[in-house]
Design a protein around this ligand. Structure first.
Ligand code: G3H
Ligand code: 13P
Ligand code: ZN
Length: 300
């Protein structure tokens, strides 16, 4: 049975570590994530997005994670990441998701509150936890971002009754997070954490390791100007109440590097299982490193 995210995250915030929240889109990545969590004896949040649902099909990807969870010795929660459409959120609730994010951060405060309240009341009936977002991360192709206002965050959490809150403190999704030096607004995060006691969530938290970028490039990729969140900043964020850290980009880089390397070194082998296995193996290594960094090792 999938575990609810609320108790997993509450315990993480109280004890000063963060739950690894890893995105998946297929069988190989999902197996790698569960294997890493089990090897590290860590609880795990496996997340899927609306675009993954478009790619894999909701029932198929849910079914994969569900079967793997049944065989797992550690608590696993399945989470809808960036749920923007109510019909999709509804479908996830009826399938048995134990955590959904309702992302209405593109709207003004009042509309965001009213959408989140609606989802919270739907989710309560299905025994599912709810993450909401206030403020917005920089979007690809636009410099605009609105960092979370601490007082507004307190008001938002009281009004909506959400179980965890995604905050914007300077991160963004993808492999190009900062033009210059990485800079997160820790003063803001500290203030939010003093006013808001529910677990905080950090999106856009991949560190985009240079070793993975180089490995991709060595085997045919052309990645340049990449920059991620330094590990030390993630540790600092955990000290200020961040109890769920979202990672997608680093896992994609790992998967892609493994597959590229396999094909480059084995030009006559076109069996997809061989290439995918190498991709998964790198994903498992990266996931295990993150679990250790977030302090979640041994917390299952
Ligand atoms: O928002 C989180 C993801 O990193 C972007 O995911 O490409 O599956 O929409 P997506
Ligand atoms: P990254 O792109 O930094 O991995 O962030 C992922 C994320 O926030 C998923 O919701
Ligand atoms: Zn995100």
């Amino acid at each position: 049975m999938f575990t609810l995210s609320k108790p997993l995250l509450g315990k993480a915030r109280r004890r000063g570590y963060a739950l690894p929240a890893f995105n998946t889109c297929n069988l190989g990545m999902s197996r790698a994530l569960l294997a890493a969590a089990e090897a590290m004896k860590s609880p795990l949040l496996v997340q899927i997005t609306e675009s993954t649902i478009g790619y894999a099909g909701l029932e198929s990807i849910f079914g994969i994670v569900q079967v793997l969870e049944k065989q797992s010795k550690v608590p696993v929660c399945i989470h809808l990441d960036h749920g923007r459409r109510l019909p999709i959120i509804r479908k996830c609730l009826s399938l048995g998701f134990k955590s959904v994010m309702v992302d209405a951060s593109r709207y003004g405060l009042n509309k965001n509150i009213s959408i989140v309240k609606k989802v919270v009341s739907m989710a309560r009936r299905k025994n599912c936890s709810v993450e909401a977002e206030l403020g917005s991360l920089k979007r690809i192709g636009s410099e605009a971002q609105h960092l979370t206002d601490p007082k507004q965050a307190k008001f938002f959490v009281e009004k909506t009754g959400c179980d965890s809150l995604a905050v914007a403190i300077g991160t963004s999704h993808g492999a190009h997070k900062f033009g210059g030096k990485p800079k997160l607004d820790f003063e803001r995060l500290k203030e939010i954490s003093e006013l808001v006691s529910i677990p905080l969530v950090l999106h856009g938290a991949s560190s985009v390791p240079i070793s993975l970028v180089k490995k991709n490039n060595r085997f045919g990729a052309r990645l340049s100007g990449t920059k991620g969140v330094p590990d030390k900043d993630l540790k600092k964020a955990i000290k200020f109440g961040v109890a769920k850290i979202n990672i997608d980009t680093d896992l994609r880089l790992a998967f892609s590097a493994g597959i590229r390397e396999f094909h480059a070194r084995n030009p006559a082998d076109f069996d997809p299982r061989h290439a995918l296995r190498q991709g998964s193996s790198l994903v498992q290594d990266v996931a295990a490193q993150k679990i250790a960094l977030f302090g979640a090792r041994g917390k299952a």
